[in-house]
Design a protein around this ligand. Structure first.
Ligand SMILES: Cc1ncc(COP(=O)(O)O)c(C=O)c1O
Length: 380
């Protein structure tokens, strides 16, 4: 048996998405920049997708820039805010995705910007009082804070961050890679200036995503060499990927309430089962449904002889999860998220991340195998 609980790393593609993409591959082969009829047809397909995607987040089509995924969208937002929009300070958090964190740190190293880290609450959410203090002292900064953390699932209150951002004339970027397609996102209500999306996290194709950028902002491309994406991102468009993204978003939005209820039930069931079967278990981040993304659960395993081998042994039993440890010693490369949250480095984290196709039977199997493996090294 193989059970897949690594959907936050990437989720299997929807059959309907594959069909939409293959039809496009076969039939829409013109270069969207070409002026003949086949080129115009391809361009039309992209523009329809742009309109559709924009509608799901209450944006205008002209505010969507297709990219190669979340990493590129994060890079565009952070780099262009500094390069083109006069940002001198970036306010971010130590548990952002590396696409934001390493980009911001690299710019700081070059002397282009100063980076300030906002304090976190014990569950990994942003300390809003500290954020307000930092923004008050540094008006006009770029605030880059993610919606849900990809390792622990804790959610930030984007509406409140948006209010703080606007009241200090800051720009607000949010990496919504883990929440897009899973939660309703409204760029107007949240006061967002930049937002990053990646299709493969909601059953779409890998290597495609978009940056939302509010219409009042004007940036210059970081990938140059063509006029695509309104001179903002050069390169012949990944038309199949864009079609797949739009289709995956349509399906996710169509079924969001049902999927949410089903997956939250699975997450609750896993919480119950690990608590029942393994002693001294705890969870990283918040597990209260309103404060935590329903697709992610980070289980903190008590100290044992196996540590990082645990993932490997689960894999041998057909259980696909991801994980890591804090590595506070600095000896090996560990999780920067667990380290920032001061999780003891002898507690390995197993991240279970769900898809609507998962079942309680699969959870029973995974918990059974986990219990069996730990039995030799723990008194469970
Ligand atoms: C929060 C977050 N941001 C950005 C990314 C990068 O997205 P992509 O894989 O599309 O480059 C990921 C993917 O792991 C993520 O979880």
């Amino acid at each position: 048996m193989r059970v897949y609980f690594d959907n936050a790393a990437t989720a299997p593609m929807e059959e309907e998405v594959i069909m939409a993409m293959t039809t496009t591959m076969r039939e829409v082969y013109g270069n969207p920049s070409a002026s003949h009829s086949l080129g115009r047809a391809a361009k039309g397909v992209i523009e329809n997708c742009r309109k559709q995607v924009a509608g799901f987040i209450n944006a205008k089509a002209s505010e969507i820039y297709f990219t190669s995924g979340g990493t590129e969208a994060d890079n565009m937002a952070v780099r262009c805010a500094v390069k083109d929009l006069g940002v001198k300070t970036i306010i971010t958090s130590p548990i952002e995705h590396k696409a934001v964190l390493e980009t911001a740190k690299e710019l700081e190293k070059q002397g282009s910007v100063k980076c300030l880290m906002v304090d976190l609450n014990p569950d990994g959410s942003v300390n809003l009082l500290h954020l307000d203090d930092l923004a008050t002292a540094n008006p006009g900064s770029l605030i880059s804070l993610m919606h849900a953390n990809n390792e622990i699932g804790t959610l930030n209150d984007l509406e409140k961050i948006g209010i703080i951002s606007k009241s200090h004339k800051c720009l607000f970027h949010s990496d919504t890679v883990q929440t897009m397609g899973h939660l309703n996102i409204d760029v107007k209500t949240f006061g967002i200036d930049f937002l990053s999306c990646s299709a493969h996290k909601f059953n779409g194709p890998k290597g495609t995503g978009f940056l939302f950028m509010a219409n009042h902002l004007k940036i210059h491309a970081i990938i140059t060499g063509g006029g695509q994406e309104r001179n903002t991102r050069a390169g012949t468009e990944n038309i199949y990927g864009i079609v797949g993204l739009a289709k995956a978003m349509e399906i996710a939005n169509r079924n969001m309430a049902d999927d949410h209820a089903k997956i939250q039930f699975l997450k609750n069931y896993l919480i119950e089962q690990v608590q029942k079967n393994i002693s001294d278990i705890s969870f990283n981040g918040n597990i209260i449904p309103e404060k935590s993304l329903y697709t992610v659960l980070s289980v903190s395993i008590p100290p044992n002889d196996l540590n990082e081998m645990l993932l490997f042994m689960l894999d041998l039993e057909g259980v696909c999860v991801s994980g890591g440890s804090a590595c506070n010693s600095g000896a090996a490369k560990g999780s920067h998220v667990l380290e920032a949250l001061k999780v003891p480095d002898d507690r390995v984290a197993l991240r279970f991340s769900f898809n609507k196709t998962n079942t309680t039977k699969e959870i029973d199997y995974a918990v059974g195998k986990l219990r069996q493996i730990l039995q030799n090294s723990l008194a469970v």
